[in-house]
Design a protein around this ligand. Sequence first.
Ligand code: IPM
Ligand code: MG
Length: 359
Amino acid sequence: MGVDKKILVIPGDGIGQEVTAWGQKVLQTIAENYKHNFVFEEGIMGHVAIEATGNPLPDETLEKARKSDAILFGAIGHAKYDNDPTLKVRPEQGLLKIRKELGLYANLRPIKLFDELLEASSIKPEILRGADILFFRELTGDVYFGEKKRSEDRNTASDLMIYHRYEVERIARKAYEAARSRRKKLCSVDKANVLESSRLWREVVQELAKEYSDVETEHMFIDNAAMQLVKDPKRFDVVLTANLFGDILTDEASQIAGSMGMLASASVGDSTGFYEPIHGSAHDIAGKGIANPLASILSAALMLDISFGLKTESLRVIKAVEATLKQGFRTMDIANKHTENHLVMGTDAMGAKVLENLN
Ligand code: IPM
Ligand code: MG
């Protein structure tokens, strides 16, 4: 028996427009092949929404989001704002607001290398082979949402790094539960040697560690974790960390998966799940049709699994991506400089290959 689901698609800015179309097509194809009924709606957010309405997250988009079973999002941001820090209304505010409004406090970022991409990373293959990490990045607290201040003379600024016990506890629980179904190792990353909010973080995780004594808990400082991640990525299983640390560490970790263009993420919490590539809007390549659609396609796979419980369908998508890579098809970002037998193609051609492999 098929399932009925309402999916909100928010392509957003830059390459989000190009790649999200493929995440959606993959979902549509899965629906047809497995007799599910997915109804798609579209919403605007980010720079495109500012241009159209003056608001990076129009109420209409938020309303649609609340009514949907899952959201597929593309990317956010525009060069205009990056070059002008004085602009008050900014695309990223839309993304932060939707995360907060929907209570999406846990951001899951799985880092797994397809064997075919061993050579695409800037890290040596022997260090990478077998690495498989699941990041739990806290997503609705920290400096991202703490009070922001600017002095009257504009010469002093601050962002409050703040955590409450319940915020640490709820994401830590999710991370521990995931560790139980994996290799039973959890590394909590903080800066407890300096930051009070990190000391609270560590205290809470230490308490939970007793409850989850079947999971091996390790605490690591963020600076050391940043180093260990490229030195020996295989030592990590589940990594639990705060919002800002997680933002930075997962961009770094994307090199373990070959490219930012490969990494999908799931943001979950109280209700509707939100699925998005970890890459940004990439203005430098936007509109050129060369962006990698695989992160969006893999985000769709995460949606099938996590929000809809459709494990077989999710695996089918991952297999189709794997098959496409095995056939030698590559977008520019994952093209292997060392061998000739790869066919480098654009976004649409690559997306079409994955669809072929789904059928
Ligand atoms: C991410 C992004 C966002 C973040 C930006 C676009 C606000 O970098 O999802 O990792 O910092 O959370
Ligand atoms: Mg980021």
